[in-house]
Design a protein around this ligand. Structure first.
Ligand code: BEZ
Length: 211
């Protein structure tokens, strides 16, 4: 059965470009992003891994550890690092898991046989500090991911973990949010002292509470 939101993220120990990693130790009390890519020495993957390296400080700001995986072996990963760095003008700064026996890929359902029965698809799992899965995404091999969107989702997940709010379409950190339907107007007066604009009785918009 596929991993679903709220499931415990399966722990594992794996060889990576930065040595042996045990997922739960690597994450510690941080948030995590585990993302798979299909294959080494391929163009879209080269751009994706570089994009994440470029955004590493943004993940750090959000107390979020990143970890890539593909079914290629460690020597292949290590030989590929130079290309990723040259093409993207970055230094690689997070581990890539080598998963030739598909241990991690199978644990997380990253192989979709109707897309390709040997390669991982482009999966993303955002894992909370409680080790529960907070977001899953699956992209086909031909479509590179937008990692700014992953950061945006993490902003929303971290905000909504701490406040009784939800974030609207296309929301970005700092913009107005929606008061949860579980909060009565009476409670909202104390929880959201900046007030709100009731667009409808169920759509109450308030300034982001932690800004
Ligand atoms: C790519 O990264 O460009 C790629 C990888 C596997 C299949 C197709 C494209």
């Amino acid at each position: 059965m596929a991993i679903q939101l709220g499931d415990e993220a399966p722990d594992f120990t794996a060889e990576t470009t930065e040595g042996t990693v045990k997922l739960y130790d690597y994450l510690g009390d941080n948030w995590g992003v585990l993302f798979s890519h299909p294959k080494d020495f391929t163009p879209v993957c080269t751009t994706e891994l570089g994009a994440v390296a470029r955004l590493k400080s943004e993940f750090d700001k959000r107390n979020t550890k990143v970890l890539a995986v593909s079914v290629d072996p460690i020597d292949s990963h290590k030989n590929w690092l130079g290309d990723i760095e040259k093409v993207n003008g970055v230094k690689m700064n997070y581990p890539i898991i080598a998963d030739p026996d598909r241990k991690v890929a199978d644990l997380y359902g990253m192989i979709h046989p109707k897309a390709n029965d040997t390669l991982t698809v482009r999966s993303v799992f955002v894992i909370g500090p409680d080790k529960k899965v907070k977001l899953t995404l699956t992209y086909p091999a031909s479509t590179g991911r937008n990692f700014d969107e992953i950061l945006r989702v993490i902003d929303s997940l971290q905000l909504t973990a701490n406040y009784q709010v939800a974030t609207p379409a296309d929301w970005k950190n700092g913009e107005d949010v929606i008061i949860s339907g579980a909060v009565s107007d009476d409670e909202a007066k104390t929880k959201f002292p900046k007030g709100w604009d009731a667009k409808t009785p169920y759509l109450r918009v308030t300034p982001q509470p932690n800004k």
